[in-house]
Design a protein. Structure first.
Length: 610
């Protein structure tokens, strides 16, 4: 007897043998049991999922001598002739080669004749989307109102190309990609029936090669069986298909997690020595990382990973190797590598990507440079806690610049550091111990070391406000620009209220209470005055209000309204410039040289600069 390929030999002969399409089978079985068969069906779905096989089973169920029945006998003349494809009343046409208008007219004329032997004549139109528009129009009336002895069973992989007028006259049944466990079970049953032994690694590799198509999987299995003999292993499947062995992919992830760049480069060389395709390896690695990411973010949805149960358990065990952010970055970089490999040698792009994954920051990696850029923006750490000596060191602006001069804190005769809380406190007390983590703080109140409450606290804060701003500036000019336009409106119940003019409400006032801005100001206030306060903001009308002059400033030092307006406008410009350029030029040059090894070669004015 001539050899028959596996996908033909193991084509389902009953509805119960159809793999992974229970929703379609149940619909047809109920229609047969209740005698509610439609006159035209359209089976859609990916290739190799059972569209044509289901159409033949429907023809067999209708014309079986015991039928119509959802369980045809398979032994009568009609069942055997339909299974062999020799029935004169079950006509199968490939519309890719019979999709012209003349073919449609011939089919329409032949449909008028009664069936020769069967109960009903069944037309199976495969790849129906390939028919021409004229052919569809010729069949339109026949499909809409066929004779009682006619049933159409159409199949297509692209239902979008079928005319809407046809779609509206048929009952559409969508077949899905077969799940990996269902395909794996089919592979095991075939191997057992054929007398072959196959390990789980080989089953998983064959299932992944089939990609949800049962027919493609059976074709791959047939090829592997011809190569491997009676025992099928994962290595044999890899040699036949050129796929990367699964253990190599798992090992690659472990090397990335261990930051072992030398091991990764050795892995690439080993794959080349063994004759593996690096493009195929990259695709396998992307799919592997995607599965890890899905299992990590949705551990309760294993159905989202198309893999056998054994492989899914191995993936679940490796989800702890890399954090979610690293997996996202790895998938993105490798997806770009797949595109780059199509344009040239596959080795170099893969090695560069593996280097970026193993050594963040290598080759200008964005994630590696992010920390350095953040340090450039924040600047050096603030020196000295609890003092405001930096306020006295603030350089005075040049005359006529319109910016206000810094006001040093008033000195007390009993203490060299006038900014410390003890220097202004009438009766200093012992510092309050730090609260335990997680302790409740129902109402914000100052620490025990602060000198007084209410007006005394406000006076203390106003005297040291310039020093507070300087501490904020040392941390970030961006933060300093936000608080530069604020006045201390009051201190009450552990809350300092900052007052902004209306013109600053849209940006400055809104940002002043945000997390990182408010944190910077709170820390600066505590360092300068010892007060532990929360931040609140009020906005007033945009009037001629002036910033209050600290008590230590003499009347001669107070500025005129004209100069005050000019200073305020200059502050606005300074704030806008600070937001756009958070680091001073000199400090930026120094930090660039220190952190990135940069060297200043030439200074050029910006385009349009005077």
């Amino acid at each position: 007897m001539a050899y028959v390929s596996l996908y033909r030999k193991y084509r389902p002969q009953t509805f119960g043998e159809v793999v992974g399409q229970q929703h379609v089978i149940q619909t047809l079985v109920h229609a047969l049991e209740t005698d509610r068969l439609h006159h035209a069906y359209l089976f859609t779905g990916p290739r190799g999922t059972g569209k044509t096989s289901t159409a033949r089973l429907l023809a067999k169920a209708i014309n079986c001598e015991d039928g119509p029945t959802p369980a045809p006998c398979g032994t009568c003349e009609q069942c055997t002739s339909i299974a062999e494809g020799s029935s004169v009343d079950v006509i199968e046409l490939d519309m890719a080669s019979h999709g012209g208008v003349d073919d449609a007219r011939e089919l329409r004329d032949r449909a008028l004749y009664a069936p020769a032997r069967a109960r009903r004549r069944v037309y199976i139109l495969d790849e129906v989307h390939m028919a021409s528009t004229a052919a569809f129009n010729a069949l339109l009336k026949l499909i809409e109102e066929p004779p009682a002895h006619i049933l159409f069973a159409m199949a297509t992989t692209d239902p979008q190309k079928v005319l809407p007028t046809i779609l509206s006259r048929v009952q559409r049944l969508d077949l899905r990609r077969v799940s990996a466990p269902d395909v794996a079970g089919n592979v095991r049953r075939i191997c057992e029936a054929e007398g072959y032994t196959i390990d789980e690694g080989a089953v998983d590799a064959i299932v992944r090669a089939g990609d949800g198509s049962l027919r493609d999987t059976q074709s791959v299995l047939e090829q592997v069986l011809a190569f491997a003999g009676t025992t099928v292993t994962a290595e044999a499947v890899g040699q036949v298909l050129g796929h990367t062995p699964a253990d190599r992919v798992f090992e690659t992830v472990e090397l990335v997690a261990g930051r072992d760049l030398a091991g990764l480069l050795g892995m690439v060389q080993g794959l080349l020595d063994e004759g593996h395709d690096l493009r195929r390896f990259t695709l396998d690695l992307v799919q592997h990382l995607r599965d890890l990411l899905v299992l990590q973010v949705a551990p309760d949805r294993p159905d989202l990973v198309d893999a056998t149960d054994d492989r899914r358990r191995q993936l679940q065990a490796q989800t702890v190797a890399l954090p979610r952010e690293s997996l996202l970055r790895a998938v993105g970089l490798l997806a770009e590598t797949v595109v780059e490999q199509r344009q040239g040698s596959p080795r170099l792009p893969l090695e560069l990507t593996l280097a970026r994954l193993a050594v963040p920051g290598a080759a200008g990696d964005v994630a590696g440079l992010a920390d350095r850029v953040a340090r450039l923006e924040v600047g050096p750490p603030v020196a000295g806690a609890g003092t405001v000596q930096v306020a006295a060191e603030r350089p005075a602006p040049t005359s006529g610049s319109g910016t206000r001069e810094p006001v040093p804190p008033p000195e007390e005769p009993d203490a060299p550091d006038a900014a410390t809380p003890e220097s202004v406190a009438p009766e200093p007390a012992a510092p309050e111990p730090e609260p335990e983590p997680g302790a409740a703080d129902p109402e914000p109140e100052p620490v025990a070391a602060e000198p007084a409450a209410g007006g005394d606290q406000r006076e203390l804060l106003e005297r040291n406000w310039e020093g507070v701003l300087e501490l904020v500036k040392n941390r970030s000019r961006r933060f300093h620009a936000v608080f530069l336009q604020a006045d201390v409106a009051g201190v009450s119940r552990g809350i300092v209220t900052l007052r902004y003019a209306k013109r600053y409400a849209s940006f400055h006032a809104q940002n002043a209470v945000k997390g990182e801005y408010a944190d910077a100001l709170r820390e600066a206030i505590e360092q300068a005055t010892g007060l532990r306060l929360k931040i609140d903001v009020v906005v007033e009308g945009d009037d001629d209000r002036r910033r209050p002059v600290p008590p230590s400033v003499t009347p001669d030092d107070a500025r005129t309204p004209v100069l005050d307006d000019a200073a305020e406008e200059a502050d606005v410009r300074e704030a806008e410039a600070s937001v756009a350029a958070p680091a001073e030029a000199g400090r930026t040059d120094e930090l660039l040289a220190q952190e990135l090894g940069a060297e200043l070669l030439e200074e050029r004015p910006a385009p349009g600069a005077p």
